[in-house]
Design a protein around this ligand. Structure first.
Ligand code: FES
Length: 215
């Protein structure tokens, strides 16, 4: 298998969407994730299913360096092993009780989750910063057709919408659903940020129309 086929990095959220001691749901083509940041600021990606009775861990809570399930309070480390079972406070949980984890990298204001085993680090977005994210009910092909442009090797689509240059970082969530991060130049003015955001919305509506989804 060629190295580039062993895996890739999915930019699942903006750094600013995940303050310390919080957990949010995220998704890649590999499935649902509980994306969480510990009190000290370290980020982890755990499978969004508690090994006990299947509750979504993204509904849970973060205390210190652990993620706890909202249902019966089992808590997990960033490596995935169970740390504590409140109903059995004297028990050291066996190593076999684990939640699957995926690698995470934080760079350029984005949180990248490894799908498979990527051969390289996430792509650099030198000079660009994320402004906001939106979900488009269309696949990447429909967005490319709406933009009249194709993704570059980083997954960035560069186009002009309503006379406004737009840079979008795209990642497939599931069939006909794409997560889009709007990128702007580092140091963009408030007016430029507003125009970029509006241009992205305009492109979203056209792509969804092309896809036959909700405009
Ligand atoms: S389902 Fe998570 S602790 Fe019971």
């Amino acid at each position: 298998m060629p190295a580039e086929m062993t895996g890739f990095w999915a930019p699942v959220a903006l750094s600013g969407d995940l303050p310390p001691a919080t957990v949010i749901p995220a998704r890649t083509t590999a499935g649902s994730i509980a994306l969480w940041r510990s009190q000290s600021g370290r980020v982890a990606a755990s499978a969004d299913r508690c090994p006990h009775r299947g509750m979504r861990l993204s509904h849970g809570f973060v205390r210190g360096e652990a993620l706890s399930c909202i249902y019966h309070g089992w808590s997990y480390s960033q490596a995935g092993n169970c740390l504590r079972i409140p109903a059995h406070p004297g028990l050291s949980p066996p190593e076999t009780i684990r939640v699957a984890t995926q690698k995470v990298e934080e760079a350029d204001g984005l949180l990248w989750v490894a799908v498979g085993d990527p051969a390289h680090q996430p792509p650099a977005l030198a000079g660009l910063v994320p402004l906001r994210s939106l979900t488009v009910e269309a696949d990447i092909g429909a967005i490319e057709r709406a933009a009249g442009a194709t993704l570059d090797a980083r997954g960035v689509l560069e186009t002009v919408e309503n006379s406004q240059a737009v840079r979008l970082l795209l990642v497939e969530l599931q069939p006909h659903r794409t997560l889009v991060h709007v990128l702007v130049d580092d140091g963009a003015t408030p007016a430029e940020r507003i125009m970029a955001s509006r241009a992205a919305e305009s492109l979203r509506r056209r792509a969804e129309s092309l896809q036959g989804g909700i405009a």
